[in-house]
Design a protein around this ligand. Structure first.
Ligand SMILES: C=CC1=C(C)c2cc3[nH]c(cc4nc(cc5[nH]c(cc1n2)c(C)c5CCC(=O)O)C(CCC(=O)O)=C4C)c(C)c3C=C
Ligand code: FES
Ligand code: FE2
Length: 424
């Protein structure tokens, strides 16, 4: 596809994270029941190991040169931005037009998105914990699969095969969404993409068709909006920022939980994201003892159609006018820094809308929070123990969903249950 050229032309780093040798390189050692001694740097292979832990997210351009490729893929994604029968023409056109503006934004936040750095760090740290807490599924090997940037899902899937998962060997992989709250435009899109590459690289599987022998057995962690560890990590970051206000002002600080908005067409299709974001906010507020006033507001709308509000920037401006000048912005739907925190919140909302008022602050993203990384490990451990291919909730389509991709990919992941069970 012509629209992918810029990204593909960029130097492709391998999508597997550690520099440890491919699993296949230490040969029979990884096969179940084999008693070969593991290399000292690797944990012993458990009865159900090894396990690939694949962190799914949208990704971001690592350099300004990758912005065009990133936007080209983003505007080609029918699960995110359906542009009708002319998507292949309109998508590249919009991507080209937006590139200079978005390049400028990335240049202002240091020249690229930090999402790959944080995702790789979080995945690797989580796997170290899992190797201890879930020895039977060890070793846990961290991977990152991005939807619009390197390492792309396609490349990560190929890396999994090169590392000895699937491709006739069997082996288990967990698709772990890094969006805490489920939207069909984010996690749904990543799962549809993963399913697409599974069918392309490991053989077709439509209803009634036999599972390709020795293919990867997939399971999915599809949402975790109110996990106590996630809630604790957010709460601790909020408390730390609150502590920077003089004691006599703290009770009056308004908490503005800010999440990426959705077009109203997606909300009205029945997308679960708004209610799951609200669930996170409510759980965090309960943990904080409901001591502060708060609102859930929505940012980053693109294009002219109606989006879910109230908008973050309008909210800050309106409250400022009303004399409410102590406010904390809390990015609640993304777990690491990205252009929407570093540019939109810090530079536009705080720098411009609030005119740099010292009472308006942003809470740090979770990034390397050890509480958060422990939460990821707890979520993964519970999933591995459950033996579940995917949650019940994931199998329910939006009331107004008409997408064949959603239907087929949900059927695929649900259908993995019998292969997982057969393997245990
Ligand atoms: C939970 C997070 C996100 C949801 C939900 C989401 C939905 C959504 N996004 C668009 C359109 C665009 N998003 C863009 C960038 C972008 N989106 C998110 C997160 C969510 N999007 C992030 C974190 C980013 C930035 C990535 C980074 O590197 O930091 C863009 C590109 C930027 C631009 O052109 O303004 C677009 C376009 C839609 C239409 C949508 C729901 C349907
Ligand atoms: S759009 Fe939500 S399930 Fe298809
Ligand atoms: Fe977005």
């Amino acid at each position: 596809m012509a629209m992918r050229t810029p990204l593909r032309a960029a130097k492709r780093a391998t999508s597997s994270i550690s520099s440890t040798p491919a699993l296949s390189a230490y040969g029979l050692q990884w096969r179940r029941g084999n008693a070969t001694v593991a290399p000292v740097t690797q944990p012993a292979t458990g009865s159900k190991g090894p396990t690939a832990m694949v962190f799914m997210n949208m990704g971001g351009p690592a350099t300004t040169d990758e912005v065009h490729g990133f936007l080209s893929m983003l505007f080609a994604d029918k699960d995110l931005i359906p542009l009708g029968p002319f998507q292949n023409y309109i998508g590249p056109y919009i991507a080209r037009r937006r590139t200079p503006k978005i390049q400028k934004q990335y240049a202002e936040i240091g020249g690229g998105s930090p999402i790959r750095k944080w995702s790789e760090f979080q995945a690797a740290e989580m796997c170290k914990i899992l190797d201890k807490t879930s020895p039977e599924t060890a070793p846990h090997k961290p991977y990152v699969a991005f939807r619009y940037a390197n390492p792309l899902t396609e490349d990560t899937y190929k890396q999994l095969l090169a590392d000895g998962f699937g491709g006739g060997n069997g082996g288990r992989a967990v698709a772990f969404t890094q969006y805490p709250q489920y939207s069909c435009s984010t996690t749904g899109s990543s799962l549809n993409e993963l399913w697409k590459w599974r069918t392309r690289l490991e053989g077709k599987r439509s209803t009634g068709e036999v599972e390709p022998a020795g293919a990867i057995k997939w399971s999915v962690i599809d949402r975790w909006p109110a996990h106590p560890g996630l809630v604790e990590a957010f709460a601790q970051h909020i408390e730390a920022k609150l502590a920077t206000y003089p004691p006599e002002r703290r009770d009056g600080v308004v908490l503005l939980f800010s999440a990426h908005s959705l077009p109203m067409t997606v909300v009205n299709r029945g997308d679960p994201y708004p209610s799951e974001v609200a669930a996170t906010v409510y759980a965090v507020m309960q943990r904080l003892g409901m001591k502060q006033k708060y609102r859930l507001v929505w940012q980053s709308q693109v294009g002219p159609q109606p989006w879910l509000g109230a908008q973050t920037s309008d909210t800050v401006k309106e409250y400022m006018k009303k004399g409410q000048t102590d406010m904390m912005l809390i990015p609640i739907a993304f777990t690491s820094d990205h252009i929407e925190t570093l540019y939109e919140l810090d530079k536009e909302v705080i720098g411009e809308d609030a005119e740099g008022h010292e009472g308006v602050k942003r809470v740090d993203s979770l990034n390397d929070s050890p509480v958060f990384i422990q939460a990821l490990a707890d979520i993964a451990k519970a999933h591995l123990d459950s033996g579940e291919a995917c949650s019940q909730q994931m199998t329910l389509r939006c009331p107004k969903c008409t997408s064949e991709r959603c239907l087929a990919s949900k059927e695929f992941f649900q259908g993995q249950q019998k292969y997982l069970e057969a393997a245990t």
